[in-house]
Design a protein around this ligand. Structure first.
Ligand code: CA
Length: 229
């Protein structure tokens, strides 16, 4: 669920925005002061900010500028005056969108959704800079060495990670335990092919819904293992 922070000192407007956004399934928080709003914006995990321009303590210009120093979260700025909007554009503070009060709440929701979608795509395209393997609910980020199973991150030891990644990168290919051992463990390693079995078991416990009936890493009896696509 996307989290939105509204920094707005006019309670009625803030509540109206909140109601509409919550009806659209967003999680919304309100801060009425510029200084506390800025603090929250910088410290918290939000997906979008709705930022009023004229605020007590710290104004929207400053907040936007400070947010941009740290984050590229979308910022939708609102102001009562059209010429303020022109000023914001002119200052190039990095706000993503501007609305003049009074605005229609449904128009605001539509813009919020559009910015969130665009931001998701941006994040997505950036993530592809990492080397990622995705197979049926399993996501392996080779660059960050992290693994998610159906959206939930799972912790893997180095060798488990290497073994899983190797199999997932070479799907539908049956490898013997010997081959896997040689591939993942260097020749100096102490151990034997039983290590492979142990590691496969550990990996299955993390990725399989039912380890007894594996959906990903199949055992090919008498031969070895294969990652099934
Ligand atoms: Ca205001």
């Amino acid at each position: 669920m996307s989290r939105i922070l509204i920094i707005e000192d006019e309670r009625e407007i803030a509540e109206l925005e909140k109601d509409y956004l919550e009806l659209s399934g967003f999680e919304v928080e309100i801060e009425e002061r510029g200084d506390t709003g800025l603090e929250k914006a910088l410290a918290g995990e939000y997906d979008l900010f709705i930022l009023d321009l004229m605020l007590p303590e710290v104004d929207g210009f400053e907040i936007c500028r400070r947010i941009r120093e740290k984050k590229d979260t979308p910022v939708l700025m609102v102001s009562a005056r059209k010429d303020d909007i022109d000023k914001i554009r002119g200052l190039g503070l990095g706000a993503d969108d501007y609305m003049t009060k009074p605005f229609s709440p449904s128009e605001m929701v539509a813009r919020v959704k559009a910015h969130l979608a665009r931001y998701d795509r941006l994040i997505g395209s950036r993530a592809q800079a990492n080397d990622i393997i995705e197979i049926r609910g399993i996501r392996i980020d080779k660059t960050a060495r992290r693994v998610w199973v159906n959206g939930e991150e799972k912790a893997f030891t180095n060798k488990e990670f290497d073994l899983l990644t190797f199999l997932a990168e070479n799907p539908n290919h049956v490898y013997t335990k010997d081959e896997l051992f040689r591939e993942i463990w260097d020749m100096e390693s102490i151990g034997d092919i039983a290590t492979v079995t142990v590691h496969i078991k550990k990996i299955r416990e993390k990725i399989e819904f039912n380890s007894a009936k594996p959906q990903y890493i199949e055992t090919i009896w008498g031969v070895g293992y294969r990652f099934k696509i």
